[in-house]
Design a protein around this ligand. Structure first.
Ligand SMILES: [Zn+2]
Length: 106
């Protein structure tokens, strides 16, 4: 993912509208690119800051952003892992099914 793509997807990331594979590419880029990290911080501050303007509670948006990134990565990794398990299970089923079918013919 290059900087242009990342910047375009910042809104999707903040709104949680991203696929797990994309999240991992996105967060990996953010971790290594100060420019995009800065863009993400600014966008996040604007979006979340506006939502919270009228709440009197003190808020630490930078920390919230870090938490959002962390939980996004964790969720995405879990989802990818689940998908991988499903794929392997599917392969196993296909092989087992193939084996059962083949026993009918030999
Ligand atoms: Zn970048």
């Amino acid at each position: 993912m290059d900087c242009n793509e990342v910047v375009k997807k910042i809104k999707n990331f903040i709104n949680g509208e991203m696929e797990s594979r994309e999240i991992l590419l996105f967060t990996e880029h953010i971790a290594n690119c100060p420019h995009c990290k800065e863009e993400l911080s600014i966008e996040f501050l604007v979006v979340e800051g506006l939502k919270k303007l009228d709440s009197a509670a003190a808020f630490d948006l930078q920390k919230e952003l870090d938490e959002l990134i962390e939980t996004s990565i964790r969720d995405a990794e879990q989802q990818m892992q689940r998908k991988r398990i499903l794929i392997w299970f599917g392969i196993f089923l296909a092989v087992a099914f193939g084996y059962v079918i083949s026993t009918f013919f030999y």
